[in-house]
Design a protein around this ligand. Structure first.
Ligand code: AMP
Ligand code: FE
Ligand code: FE
Ligand code: ZN
Length: 292
């Protein structure tokens, strides 16, 4: 059973449409796929439709931008009701923050002598409600300023680089509570990748577990074998679900092919159990796993 619980489409910063991601997953033998676009459920409807026509179970999810102690932490929310009022209000605030910084980032690039317009970035964004730095990166690649997304981040877009501008993100613990109240289950994405490593130690995982965290994404390309072993131990001690996923972005992220990391079937069942318990407690209208 191949279970991949983290992927992106053109509803955020992936390069394949939601239906294309679902069909690709089915064609390479993935049994369960979660579509987890950044801060939006906009891809769910198309992905659900596609999943009904092929042999793959679809788990609707959202990768939510949060901050713990001022540092970015990505929170995977599985099966939350996206129309739950407080959750929807926070997602709108995050999306507005994404859109709101675009002018500033383009201005910073212009100040550095790069010819780029907001319209050129919006062409890359297309229908995605979540405007992200990868779209700016793609515009820069299109103009020949940098060879690929990675280079754009390293030279211009990462925190601390010349074109970086902060954006709004809610507190991680507060968001875990909103996800649970919306009947979902919350899992910290790639906890020891990039920035979040600095703020997510064992004591913090313990605190967040008391707040209602369901799991940790242990098997991810950002983690080496030592990281995975240490995170697995923390998860075991705290009773957290262990997930593994590709964080697929189409051509947007190299070395993140669908199925490159997987979630154990038993762990997946535990995750579904956590979402079901939260849904029962809150009375939220939970979206179903399609095709299972
Ligand atoms: P943003 O959503 O604007 O905060 O940008 C963060 C997103 O950019 C992440 O979710 C990744 O998908 C992507 N990203 C970050 N670093 C890189 C990189 N070095 N290469 C390609 N994509 C990246
Ligand atoms: Fe992304
Ligand atoms: Fe992420
Ligand atoms: Zn992701």
């Amino acid at each position: 059973m191949i279970i991949d619980l983290h992927s992106h489409s053109t509803a955020s910063d992936g390069t394949l449409s939601p239906a294309e991601v679902v069909r690709l997953a089915a064609s390479i033998g993935i049994d369960v796929l979660a579509l987890t676009d950044h801060d939006s459920a906009a891809g769910w409807a198309e992905a659900t439709h596609a999943a009904r026509e092929v042999e793959v179970a679809l788990v609707p999810g959202i990768e939510i931008s949060t901050k713990h102690s001022g540092t970015g932490v990505h929170l995977l929310a599985y099966l939350p009701d996206p129309t739950s009022e407080p959750l929807d209000a926070e997602l709108t605030r995050i999306l507005n923050g994404r859109a709101g910084r675009l002018d500033d980032m383009v201005q910073r690039l212009n100040d550095a002598g790069i010819d780029l317009t907001v319209e050129e970035v919006l062409t890359q964004v297309g229908p995605a409600p979540a405007i992200g730095r990868p779209h700016i990166a793609d515009a820069l690649v299109g103009k020949g300023v940098v060879p690929d997304r990675k280079a754009a981040f390293e030279r211009w877009l990462n925190r601390g680089r010349p074109a970086h501008v902060e954006r709004y993100a809610p507190d991680t613990g507060a968001m875990i509570e909103l996800v649970n109240a919306a009947g979902g289950a919350a899992v910290i994405a790639h906890p020891w990748g990039r920035d979040s490593r600095q703020v997510l130690d064992a004591a913090t995982f313990s605190e967040l577990t008391e707040t209602g965290l369901a799991g940790i994404e242990v098997d991810h390309q950002d983690h080496d074998s030592n990281d995975r072993e240490a995170l697995r131990r923390i998860a075991r001690e705290l009773g957290l679900v262990v997930t593994g996923s590709s964080d697929f972005h189409g051509d947007g992220k190299l070395n993140h092919n669908l199925g490159c990391n997987c979630t154990d079937e038993h762990e997946f069942d535990r995750l579904l159990g956590r979402a079901a318990a939260n849904a029962e407690r809150s009375g939220a209208a939970v979206p179903l796993v399609v095709g299972r």
